[in-house]
Write a protein that binds this ligand. Structure first.
Ligand code: ADP
Ligand code: ZN
Length: 636
């Protein structure tokens, strides 16, 4: 197993509406089963009955003189030809609520005198009363359910008026100092604070105050925090709602929530209205699986109407957050709406350091801890992940009954959030030895290749999730932060990833290799494929053959399917295979040439179970000169 890191924790949302929906279905079911009963009660009062069939027959035979149609009750009173005046008319039960067009046509064709009444008589009244009572009970029940689910959300403040689920914080208590590492975004938003504080300064010279600001960035980068900081700095109330909460089970509820939200906001202006996950409502209209979504479109339209409705100087500034600006409806991005867009990126090394400093403030961190080292060890972490990391470290420290958080605790917390909980070491076994060879394979290849990242740690202590051991590398922040990778780096990385499998093959023979290398191979295939189809790093030349999935900011990504011929697809596969095969051979060669060293390292690892990068390099240097790394990186 090669060191893997989870960059974007999957967001899990629980559907709060689930129980309410469940109860709703029960409600409808009750209604359905009660209706026939109430009809039956009404029917008992009508003694003289004709069946519908007999009725039609009599019309056709010209025996019907006059008909009173009671549409509400679904009853026809029929006076037959030659029937004495003092005899009550015959009753016929029709299909309640139906307009019975054929019947009316038939009556007209046969020249029958027809009178249509909508309601009348005691029976109808009783029927109506029963049903409206039922309806009332049902509506009442629904309201109770909705109220319960709304209060169940446990929000700071709920406005009962329309079951609205937005929250209001009079004071967020967050200031710009709490937000770190995203300086550019902060600077741009500083202006918004001045708008809120002194709108006159801007309106006096005719400047139009922006109404909407769109924050674009991955989850956990601090968008919500930024919005709260603006409110905190300007000392104005903070209203917030999530886009996914707008879109509920009933058509029209979302729109009314938008109305309520803005009404409350206007009452409390100046203020900030924060809409998280705006893509949930703001997707392009008329798209999506299963055609348009009326509810979502109505909600979006209402939102646009509200934003157009208030004047720029009303003191309401709407801040919305999304990580999918490419799917947003263009109407949202028009001037006068969310015309300011600010990208909130994952933090760079400096950013991570600043964020760590913010979150270290309220924790007892040992003075010997180097936050610089932590920042260096965590490329790709978002602000939320860094905050979580320090919190995990503090939890570990408390569990270990120590006074201050030390580097060891932080290191352990990093492994824990990136790889999993550590489990008790395996007993000595051939399986353990094989795992050691696999990991040493990664580590040794990584140490001996010039362009590969430096080894930070090798371990054969198993982790939760079926990880039997791992080798951790220390990526260069230059590479990660710039996002620019050289072909040399990519090839070496693929070779290192294949080092585990190569070691198994060298030592145990190809027939004895294990499935433990499965995730290594997956990574290799994906990297090699990107080299061929995205970066033009193969014999096929500089062709972009696929649109990359994760670069959603670059544009609309609605057509993920690649458009190349079958023949080209075969060529691509050939190139990918070539890269993988050559790298595998290269890894095996490196290991074969250093077999005694590899055996020695495996023995050491079996004994110690974990080796750090410096110790590892020291041992390697006793046997063979270390290459001059292009990206040297030390752990301190
Ligand atoms: P987003 O809204 O972008 O998903 P949040 O603002 O909800 O992210 O971030 C969650 C938490 O992570 C914050 O409450 C804060 O503790 C921490 N955090 C995220 N970004 C930063 C940052 N730039 N500076 C300080 N803390 C941050
Ligand atoms: Zn591996």
């Amino acid at each position: 197993m090669h060191a893997t890191r989870k960059l974007n924790p999957a967001q899990s949302r629980t559907a709060k509406g689930a129980t309410a929906t469940g109860l709703l279905t029960v409600g409808w079911f009750l209604l359905q089963s009660l209706l026939p009963v109430s009809v039956a009660i009404a029917q008992e009062r009508n003694p003289e009955e004709l069946t519908y069939g007999q009725f039609l027959e009599k019309i056709e035979q010209g025996q019907v003189e006059q008909v009173d149609l009671d549409q509400t009750r679904g009853i026809a009173s029929v006076r037959l030809a030659g029937q004495p005046e003092d005899e009550p008319p015959q009753k016929v039960t029709l299909f309640a609520g139906e307009r019975n067009p054929e019947l009316i046509r038939l009556l007209r064709d046969n020249d029958v005198d027809v009178e249509i009444a909508d309601a009348g008589g005691n029976g109808a009244l009783a029927w109506l009363a029963t049903n409206s009572l039922l309806a009332l009970i049902l509506v009442f029940g629904l309201l109770m359910i909705l109220r319960r689910s709304a209060s169940g959300a446990g929000n700071a403040m709920n406005f009962g008026r329309s079951r609205a689920r937005f929250q209001m914080e009079a004071k967020t208590g967050v200031v710009f100092d709490d937000v770190a590492g995203i300086e550019e975004a902060k600077e741009e938003l500083q202006e918004v604070v001045s708008f809120l504080k002194n709108p006159e300064k801007f309106t006096a010279i005719g400047a139009r105050i922006p109404k909407g600001v769109l924050l674009i960035g991955q989850p956990g980068t601090g968008k919500t925090l930024l919005a709260k900081a603006i409110a905190g700095e300007a000392a104005v109330p903070f209203f917030s709602i999530s886009g996914s909460e707008f879109v509920e089970m009933f058509v029209g509820v979302g729109a009314s929530r938008v109305r309520d939200l803005f009404r409350k906001a206007k009452e409390n202006a100046p203020c900030i209205v924060f809409i998280d996950e705006i893509d949930a409502v703001g997707r392009q209209r008329g798209t999506g699986i299963g055609g348009g979504n009326d509810e979502r479109e109505q909600t979006l339209n209402q939102l646009l109407t509200e934003m157009d409705g208030f004047e720029g100087n009303s003191g309401i500034i709407v801040i919305a957050a999304t990580n999918r600006v490419d799917v947003l409806d263009m109407a949202l991005l028009r001037p006068g709406r969310f015309d300011r867009q600010i990208v909130v990126d994952l933090p760079t090394y400096r950013g991570r350091l600043a964020i760590l400093e913010v979150h270290a403030r309220n924790k007892k961190i040992d003075p010997e801890v180097s936050l610089e080292a932590v920042a260096r060890r965590t490329p790709g972490f978002s602000g939320a992940e860094l905050a979580n990391l320090l919190n995990e470290a503090a939890i570990l420290t408390a569990r270990r009954r120590k006074e201050t958080v030390t580097m060891v605790d932080i290191e352990d917390a990093i492994d824990r959030v990136t790889i999993g909980l550590s489990l008790t070491p395996l007993l000595d076994s051939s399986r353990k030895r094989m795992t050691a060879y696999h990991e040493i394979g990664h580590a040794l290849v990584g140490t001996l290749l010039q362009h590969a990242d430096s080894v930070n740690k090798v371990t054969i202590i198993p982790r939760s999730g079926g990880v039997e051991g791992f080798t951790q590398f220390l990526p260069s922040e230059d590479v990660i932060d710039s996002g620019l990778y050289t072909r040399n780096w990519l090839i070496d990385r693929i070779t290192v990833a294949l080092g585990g499998l190569a070691a198994e093959a060298e030592v145990y023979g190809e027939d004895e290799t294990t499935t433990g290398a499965g995730s290594d191979i997956k990574q290799v295939t994906s990297l090699a494929r990107q080299m061929v189809t995205l970066f033009g790093m193969s014999d096929l030349g500089p062709l972009a053959l696929e649109s990359s999935d994760n670069q959603v900011f670059l544009g609309r990504n609605l057509m993920p399917r690649s458009e190349y011929s079958e023949a080209l697809a075969t060529q691509i596969d050939g190139q990918v295979r070539e890269i993988a095969k050559q790298s595998f051979d290269r890894a095996r060669e490196v290991l074969r040439n250093n077999r005694p060293l590899m055996d020695r390292l495996v023995d050491m690892l079996l004994e110690q179970e974990t080796m750090d990068g410096d110790q590892f390099r020291q041992l390697v240097a006793e046997y063979t000169p270390l290459p001059e790394k292009t990206l040297v990186q030390s752990n301190t």
